[in-house]
Design a protein around this ligand. Sequence first.
Ligand code: BJ8
Length: 424
Amino acid sequence: MSTPYDEMWEKLNLDLDAHAGLLQVLGKFYGDIYMSQQGRLRGMEYLDFVLTEVHGLRIKELQDAKARGRKVIGTFCVFVPEEIVLAADGVQVGLCAGAEAGTDAAEKILPRSTCALIKSFVGFKLSRLCPYIESCDLVVGETTCDGKKKAYEIFADYAPVYVMEIPQMKNACDHDLWRAEVLRFKDRVEEVTGNTITVAKLREAIRLVNGRRRVLQRLNELRAASPAPISGRDALLVNQISFYDDPVRFTEKIGQLCDELEEQVKAGKGVAPKDAPRLMLSGCPMAVPNWKLPYIIESSGAVIVGEESCIGTRNTRDLVDENGQTMDELLNALVDRTMRIDCACFTPNTERLDNIVDMARGLKADGVVHYGLSFCTPYAMEAFKVEKALKSADIPMLAIETDYSMEDVEQLKTRVEAFVEMIR
Ligand code: BJ8
């Protein structure tokens, strides 16, 4: 079936047949997991629309922006400072992928024992399935886990890759290293976009991205209410779309969604019964369309009230100080915020343990599901410490390791249902 976007996708060199197959599967998956929910909020219609148009209208917007001279920069990690890209009048898009399509192609150039997130973005590129990657003027990698770091070396044969060095510790010398990297990135972004970043432009970009973080903080705070006013699936979708959508429009729309949520909370209404077990997710990021585990959890009678993840609060918890008057002060503020990110790639990473316990208590979570992608060593290792910290706080934890395939759905269901029953 032809669509109004076929010509655009063809120009982007997508494999049209494989891409049509992907969209068909995505549509069915979305229908089953999202549209089957009862009593959904009005504000979610916007998110449904964005998701339906995620490879259509949004890509058209990116192409139009490119035609006007703006550059598109793709990223895989919340360490990459979007504020710099926006201050240079660029557009930043998240490229992490959460689908199994393309895995076979990826496994021809990567070991099978690579996490699904990495295989997915490499597979999307090799199979010509992702219009975001194909729209990028620059793809920014980073030295976080070993898998990503080495995958970018291979990926550089297929896309214009630039890699930022992320420190592994948080001492003064690591701050200096990261500051130097942020400066190097600023130079590269200015070169790619042809625009000079001024103090005024950077401050404006910081305010814009902070605005988006604030609205997501507001959403997260509303989820502390009982009964839970929004499903975990819908909240995850909001976080996922924050990496693709226009930041101004997204902030406005999510503000409206929060207004609606506030009304729900005032009226004592929720999406699940008041006594439904409240679970929090913690661990690896869940990129679009990775909705498998949230669906299993919420189909077992529990409700998800928070995501301690980069596609969740790890990306929105801290704001950048907006008061800097000079370029130095603003860049220092950017560096300070990013150095508070508690990714498991850091050692030691004790602040993550405190943050998880605080978050679980703040959201009145009855339990935590720790989510690790198979072959992700940093999060798998840290799961043991997380469990210990939660145990001291009397909060039970279930550790799940999985990938993007559907093979283990029944097994996961059994484990999640047993955990939910235990909590009840
Ligand atoms: S700051 S979490 S976005 S690196 S799941 S690819 S760690 S093997 S995604 Fe991440 Fe930045 Fe950290 Fe956040 Fe490696 Fe693990 Fe795969 Fe991962």
